[in-house]
Design a protein around this ligand. Structure first.
Ligand SMILES: [Zn+2]
Length: 94
């Protein structure tokens, strides 16, 4: 539980949330984030398996299609991601 508490403490600070990671992922892969945003983004990834997986999925999509569009996410991938977040949230609240 101590680990989770520390994680929440970071969220209370200036760390970014999973929702923000999802919003910023295309900019991240596009190199469009500021240096501060980039650092916060990677700090979050280091601590969050759900978002790491999400970024890998987007990156794989980009590698296949050569472009970045949220629309390219398969519905199933989107659903898996939502489930991951729900599980993460549930565990964080436990
Ligand atoms: Zn996350």
């Amino acid at each position: 539980m101590r680990f989770l508490w520390l994680r929440w403490r970071r969220v209370d600070g200036h760390a970014i949330t999973c929702r923000q990671v999802v919003a910023l992922v295309t900019a991240y892969l596009d190199g469009a984030l500021t240096r501060d945003e980039h650092e916060l983004f990677e700090a979050h990834l280091a601590d969050c398996d759900g978002c790491t997986e999400h970024v890998q999925q987007i990156r794989a999509t980009v590698a296949l299609t050569g472009q970045i569009r949220d629309d390219d996410l398969e519905p199933q991938a989107r659903e898996d991601l939502t489930n991951l977040y729900r599980r993460w949230l549930a565990e964080s609240r436990a």
